[in-house]
Design a protein around this ligand. Structure first.
Ligand code: GAP
Length: 460
C-alpha cells in the first residue's frame, strides 16, 4: 500500500481523539462549549510545536541553508508587534483586498465561501448542496478576514487597526531599520515566526484552518536579475526541509500554481509554488497547502515606500546601483505543519495494548525518553531517579516508577516517545538497563553508563 493511500485510511476522528486524550490539543474554552477556529496546545502539543518552531529557527536563522554559490545564506530574525499602524495594512493591500467572496442562503441563513459552494453541504440538510434546502443564494459579497481592534479608549475609525493576518509585513516595514543597524547585504533574508489572525468564515479540519494560528516566514531580498534563480532555490530548499521532518514519501508534494491561481503580487513575476501534504481530510484533491513559496517582485517595498513616503531603496555597492530589491517569500504554517507531523506519525497497530503509536521523528518527539523502574522497590527507583536527573538537563524525559510496565510503555507509545529505559533486577547486578524501541517494541540491554551516549547518538 502506498503511503498516500495509507494516510487516507487514517481516521481524522481517531487522530483528534488521541490529541485530546493525550494532551496534544484541546478545544479553546472547552468548559464553555468551545469557540470555533481557536485551539489550545496541551503539555505534549506545546513541546511538539516548540520542537518544530526551534528546528525552523535553527535551519533558517542560526545555521541557514547553503546558497547556490556554496556560501551560507545571510538571514537575520525579527519579532514584530502583532498590532501595527493601520497604514501598514492599507499599504499591503489587506484592507482593500484580503477578503473571501461569500454567499448566503436566504432561507437557512448559512454562509458559504463562493468558491466552495460546489463542495459544501447545507447545515439543515447535510446530504444536500447549499441552496438545495429550497433557499436562494445571494450574489457573492466580500468579507474582510482581518480582526479589527481599537487602540486606546476611543472606539472610532481613527483608532481602528487590525490583528496581523501575517507576519510578513513587519519584515517589510522594518527593512530600512535592519539595513541601518546590521551589516547585511543583498542577497539576505529576514525571518519571523509568530501568531497570525484571520477571521476565517469556515474554520475547519481541526487546526488546519484556524482563526488564530502560527506561521513561519522568510522574506529573502535579492537583485531583480537573480530573482528567478533564487525562487527555484527556495522552492527546492523548503520542500526538502519538510522532508527532513519525516514528511516523506508520497504524502508530500511540491506543486506550481497555475497562472489563474497566482496572488496579485506574483502575477507579473516568477510565480508561486506550494508544498502540500496529503492530510486524511484532503479528499478528492488529495493534498492541502503547508507552505507557499512566492516570488513577490518588489510589490511590498514599493507599496510601503509609496504609503510611508520613506525611501526603501537599497544601494548596492558592488553593482554601484540603487534599487528596490525583489523578494522571494517562503511562508509556512507552524500549526498546520504540526498537524501534518501528527497525521504522519499516527500509526495504528492492533498488536499493541495502546492499539496505536505516534511515530515522530526522534528530533521532534515531545518526550525523548522514558526512564522507569520495573518495580517501585529493591533499590530500582533510586537508580532510575539518578539516571533521570542525568538526562533531564538535555532532554525532555518522562520519569515514572509506578503502574505496570506495560501501561507505561502504552502511554509512551501514544505520546510518541522513541526510547524507554527500564531499570530492573539485573541492573543492580551488572549495571545494564533495557532500552525499548517504540517503532518495533523490541528491547535490548545496554550499559547504564552508556545511556547518555546512546541518546546523544540518536537524538540529533
Ligand atoms: N505572507 C504570505 C502568507 O501569509 P499564506 O499562504 O496566506 O501566505 C502562509 O499563509 C501559511 O500559513 C500557509 O501556507 C498555511 O500553512 C498557514 N495558514 C494560512 N492560513 C491559515 C489558517 N487559517 N489556519 C492555519 N494555518 C494557516
Amino acid at each position: 500500500m502506498s503511503e498516500a493511500s495509507a494516510n487516507t485510511t487514517k481516521s481524522m476522528d481517531a487522530i483528534v481523539a488521541l490529541c485530546r486524550r493525550r494532551g496534544f490539543i484541546f478545544q479553546s474554552s472547552e468548559i464553555y462549549g468551545g469557540i470555533g477556529g481557536f485551539w489550545d496546545y496541551g503539555p505534549l502539543g506545546v513541546l511538539l510545536k516548540n520542537n518544530i518552531r526551534d528546528r525552523w529557527w535553527r535551519d533558517m536563522v542560526l545555521a541557514p541553508p547553503i546558497g547556490p554559490d556554496g556560501k551560507e545564506l545571510d538571514i537575520v530574525g525579527l519579532d514584530c508587534s502583532i498590532i501595527s499602524h493601520p497604514k501598514v495594512w492599507e499599504a499591503s493591500g489587506h484592507v482593500a483586498g484580503f477578503a473571501d467572496p461569500m454567499v448566503d442562503c436566504k432561507k437557512c441563513k448559512s454562509r458559504f465561501r463562493a468558491d466552495q459552494v460546489a463542495e459544501a453541504t447545507c447545515p439543515l440538510k447535510p446530504s444536500k448542496r447549499p441552496g438545495e434546502c429550497g433557499g436562494e443564494l445571494t450574489e457573492p459579497r466580500q468579507f474582510n478576514l482581518m480582526f479589527e481592534t481599537y487602540v486606546g479608549a476611543v472606539r472610532d475609525e481613527e483608532n481602528k487597526t487590525y490583528l496581523r493576518p501575517e507576519t510578513a509585513q513587519g519584515m517589510f516595514y522594518n527593512f530600512r531599520n535592519v539595513l541601518d543597524t546590521t551589516r547585511v547585504k543583498v542577497p539576505f533574508g529576514l525571518a519571523q515566526l509568530g501568531k497570525g489572525f484571520r477571521n476565517e468564515i469556515t474554520p475547519r479540519n481541526f487546526i488546519f484552518r484556524s482563526r488564530e494560528f502560527e506561521m513561519m516566514e522568510v522574506e529573502f531580498f535579492v537583485h531583480p536579475s537573480e530573482a528567478n534563480d533564487w525562487y527555484q532555490f527556495w522552492r527546492k530548499t523548503r520542500y526538502e526541509w519538510w522532508q527532513s521532518l519525516g514528511l516523506a514519501g508520497q504524502n508530500l508534494r511540491l506543486r506550481d500554481h497555475e497562472q489563474d491561481e497566482l496572488a496579485h503580487y506574483a502575477k507579473d513575476s516568477g510565480g508561486c509554488a506550494d508544498v502540500e501534504y496529503a492530510f486524511p481530510f484532503s479528499g478528492e484533491k488529495g493534498f492541502s497547502e503547508l507552505e507557499g513559496i512566492a516570488y513577490r517582485s518588489n510589490f511590498d517595498l514599493t507599496q510601503h515606500q509609496k504609503t510611508s513616503g520613506v525611501s526603501l531603496e537599497y544601494f548596492d555597492q558592488e553593482r554601484n546601483e540603487r534599487y528596490l530589491p525583489h523578494v522571494i517569500e517562503p511562508a509556512a504554517g507552524l500549526t498546520r505543519g504540526l498537524l501534518a507531523v501528527i497525521c504522519e506519525a499516527y500509526t495504528p497497530d492492533e498488536s499493541r495494548p495502546s492499539k496505536v503509536y505516534m511515530k515522530f521523528h526522534p528530533s521532534l518527539a515531545p518526550i525523548k525518553a522514558g526512564v522507569f523502574a520495573l518495580v517501585n522497590k529493591d533499590g530500582m527507583p533510586e537508580v532510575a531517579e539518578k539516571l533521570y536527573h542525568e538526562l533531564r538537563s538535555r532532554y525532555v524525559i518522562e520519569f515514572d516508577v509506578k503502574q505496570s510496565i506495560g501501561k507505561r510503555y502504552a502511554r509512551m507509545d501514544e505520546a510518541g516517545t522513541p526510547y524507554c529505559f527500564t531499570i530492573d533486577g539485573q541492573t543492580l547486578q551488572d549495571q545494564t538497563v533495557t532500552v525499548r524501541y517504540r517503532d518495533t517494541g523490541q528491547q535490548e540491554r545496554i550499559v547504564l553508563d552508556q545511556v547518555g551516549a546512546f541518546m546523544a547518538d540518536k537524538i540529533v
